[in-house]
Design a protein around this ligand. Structure first.
Ligand SMILES: [Zn+2]
Length: 305
């Protein structure tokens, strides 16, 4: 059996999966407010508790914000700043006395959906998180692609492609650049655009519900969101040519995305519009994909790595 750990800023979730993907146990704890060492102890206790519950030793995979830098071996780019600058994988291996695998949380999402989710069986999968931030993971043949800088899939910090005049230079991003895809397509950005137009504060599902109820402002805003995401995914298709793109995160529940974006993205894809085979799909495992994908970092098939 395999344990997956999803390490978040407010909670740490652990799951045990059997070989067929059945959930054998699940525990969730609040992320301890103290030091980095307190987080390590909490993960160790979660793993030992889950193993006691299922009565067997398990492999351990961990999904984390940010990534382990191939250059330094230390966590970088994490919004949970207590992790930054620490060798999380080595520290956990020492505490747990075994080899573990650590991957970015968007990569874990993509692994989950590629293994037994909405993209099961697909060769090349691009798994997108549209949430507080915008990121993505690339999975080829069931394995996550980390990359030379461990930033494969971090297209949320590319500039919005084919910008209109009123989209230049775009909002300032925390990364220091203007007009990053994330600044246009994150959940908070969509809510902020709606609030700026209406004075009403709705989240992404609320805006979609308003559009469904006939609200013209919400309808136009979601259409514009779809156009921006179609432009952003078109450039991904030209580079990676994925079989399936899976959307996750809080914005991915908007049904219009799956109808409108494939009707728009052919304008930005270097291929005959009638023969675009890339599928755009909602996630199968929803909020559980992060923790399930962490477990699947140890895949079922014999592993050459
Ligand atoms: Zn950025």
């Amino acid at each position: 059996m395999r344990i997956g750990i999803d390490l978040g800023g407010t909670k740490i979730e652990g799951i045990v999966l059997s070989d067929d993907g059945s959930e054998m146990a699940r525990r969730r704890i609040a992320t301890p407010p103290g030091t980095y060492d307190d987080i390590l102890v909490a993960i160790r206790d979660l793993v030992t508790g889950l193993e006691r519950q299922v009565g067997a030793p398990c492999s351990v995979g961990v999904g984390t914000p940010g990534a382990i830098s191939p250059a330094t071996g230390l966590i970088k780019n994490a919004n949970s700043t207590r992790l930054i600058g620490h060798p999380l994988d080595h520290d956990l291996e020492r505490m747990l006395g075994r080899q573990i695998r650590v991957a970015n949380d968007a990569n874990c999402f993509a692994v989950s959906e590629a293994t037994d989710g909405a993209a099961a069986g697909a060769g090349i999968v691009f798994g997108v998180i549209l949430g507080t931030g915008v990121g993505a993971g690339v999975v080829i043949g069931g394995r996550p692609i980390a990359g030379a800088q461990a930033i494969a899939g971090e297209w949320g910090h590319n500039p919005l492609p084919v910008p209109f005049d009123d989209e230049r230079p775009g909002p300032l991003c925390y990364c220091g650049r203007h007009g990053c895809i994330e600044t246009w397509l994150s959940g908070p950005s969509l809510a902020g655009q709606h609030a700026a137009l209406t004075g009403h504060h709705l989240d992404a599902p609320g805006i979609a519900a308003a559009a469904d109820a006939g609200d013209l402002t919400a309808t136009a805003l979601i259409e514009r969101y779809c156009h921006r995401l179609a432009r952003s995914l078109g450039t991904v298709i030209n580079v990676l040519d994925p079989d399936v793109i899976v959307l996750g995160g809080g914005v991915s529940g908007i049904a219009a995305l799956y109808r409108r974006i494939p009707a728009l993205w052919h304008n930005f894809i270097f291929s005959e519009p009638a023969h675009i085979r890339t599928r755009l799909v909602p996630p199968r495992h929803g909020d559980s994909s992060g923790v399930r994908g962490a477990a699947w970092l140890w895949p079922k098939s014999p592993d050459p790595a």
